[in-house]
Design a protein around this ligand. Structure first.
Ligand code: FAD
Length: 394
């Protein structure tokens, strides 16, 4: 029988890995992808949907192309992993055996991360919109129905979390929408971090495009110790109660639950991996990709997950089929849109050291860049979106 590779999670990491394993092994591997949702909605560019730059449908992708590429796609939730028996159990009752297991389940939210809020009870009132889909649509409809001059609050997450510039791109896109429909509205960002990704670029852009609309409150003024009362749409900052109209709670994060169930996470809540292969440090038959992995310097991004997936697929083909394994190289770029055609980016290339995946060379957009360059940067991001979704889904 052919060696069996099972992938849990058909997102940026898992979809890429499944597709490359099937494609590059020319039928030599039996590849199964287990994914809870029949349609994947990208978090990447979901902020552009909030800003009115993308249709919701343009974020959605089916698994038909992956299945056509020779992967067995199972739409079900993985509920258990027996690493001794090398099997995965599904909610539907099926047991799926593996020789190598790839986990790329994205993120889950840390219990109690924001006092007063839980994903199960309050995401309908104070959405996170940090897993794309109905949550993203809910947040947009809430912004659209805000009263004139109302307040949009965001509770930003502590490090590490998926997409470091994501909350700040979201603020920019919400500001863009409000500027047109509700120009006296206010945006209040409450942040537990002293600093954030591309801060100088965002603050410059906020001043230029949305002057006076956005108020960022760091930890020294209580931004890090916010309590929420979803039932009354109130937030408490340093003991003071404030009523808001929309509250986007982006809580502290951990690896997707199945990684902990599989027993490959540590006390941090993330899953440590070997930097040269993305193989779990706990089990040599398990790989962990993307947001769930603790690997070093790479940000938790779709670009990173896609890059890591190719390294893991190459390592697995080497182990199971004896194909050549080249030294691992990784890369990432995170683009953000601040206003129409005002795009910025940050990125790096990475190489493994024994301890971690280490940043080798990095770049970032500069403040004061002219509009033409910002437009080119934005256009680059459009090309990247088409490229990565084609790479993931075929
Ligand atoms: P995901 O892509 O989340 O995939 C995980 C999949 O696993 C999901 O489909 C889920 O349904 C499935 N799953 C989980 N558990 C199970 C289970 N037990 N059984 C079956 N299926 C399961 N990244 C960029 O590179 N560029 C950007 O511009 C960008 N913008 C972003 C903007 C926002 C607002 C957000 C929230 C994120 C953004 N990201 C961006 C980050 C990017 O979305 C993630 O880093 C990336 O999706 C991580 O890939 P992954 O494979 O780890 O997880």
């Amino acid at each position: 029988a052919k060696p069996r590779v099972v992938v849990i999670g058909g997102g940026a990491g898992g979809a890429t890995a499944a597709r490359y394993l099937a494609k590059d092994s020319a039928g030599g591997l039996d590849v199964t992808l287990i994914e809870a949702n029949p349609i994947y909605t990208t978090c990447f560019f979901s902020n552009l949907y909030l800003g009115g730059f993308r249709e919701f449908e343009s974020l959605q992708h089916s698994y038909d192309g992956i299945a056509a590429g020779g992967v067995t796609v199972i739409n079900d939730m993985a509920t258990g992993v027996d690493r001794a028996a090398k099997t995965v159990t599904l909610a539907g009752g099926q047991t799926v055996p593996y020789d190598r297991l790839i986990l790329s389940p994205g993120i889950d939210f840390r219990d109690g991360a924001v006092p007063g809020w839980s994903a199960d009870e309050h995401a309908d009132i104070m959405p996170h919109a940090y897993k794309a889909g109905p949550q993203t649509q809910l947040l947009k409809s809430m912004v659209e129905s805000m009263p004139q001059g109302g307040t949009f609050a965001m509770i930003a997450p502590p490090n590490p979390y998926r997409c470091p510039p994501g909350p700040y791109e979201r603020v920019s896109m919400v500001a863009h929408l409000l500027k047109q429909t509700n120009p006296t509205a206010k945006i209040l960002v409450l942040d537990p971090k002293d600093n954030f990704s591309k801060r100088a670029l965002f603050e410059e852009g906020w001043g230029r495009h949305y002057d006076g609309m956005i108020d960022w409150v760091g930890p020294e003024f209580g931004g890090g110790a916010v309590e929420v009362r979803p039932d009354t749409m109130e937030i408490l900052v340093e003991g003071e109660v404030q009523k808001v109209d929309v509250c986007n709670v982006i809580p502290g994060q951990i690896a997707g639950k199945i990684a902990a169930i599989a027993g490959v996470t540590d006390d941090s809540g993330w899953a440590p991996v070997h930097p040269d292969s993305m193989k779990s440090r706990t089990d040599e038959n398990v790989y962990v990709l993307g947001d769930s992995s603790a690997q070093g310097d790479m940000p938790k991004s779709g670009y990173s997950a896609n890059s890591q997936a190719k390294v893991a697929a190459m390592s697995i083909r080497g182990e199971l089929l004896g194909s050549k394994v080249f030294p691992a190289k990784y890369s990432n770029t995170c683009w953000s849109l601040i206003a129409p055609e005002d795009g910025v980016k940050v990125g790096a290339s990475y190489e493994p050291t024994p301890e971690k995946i280490a940043s080798v060379e990095s770049f970032i957009s500069a403040t004061g860049e002219d509009a033409a360059l910002r437009k080119v940067t934005y256009e680059e991001s459009l090309g990247w979106y088409s490229g990565i979704t084609a790479d993931m889904f075929g």
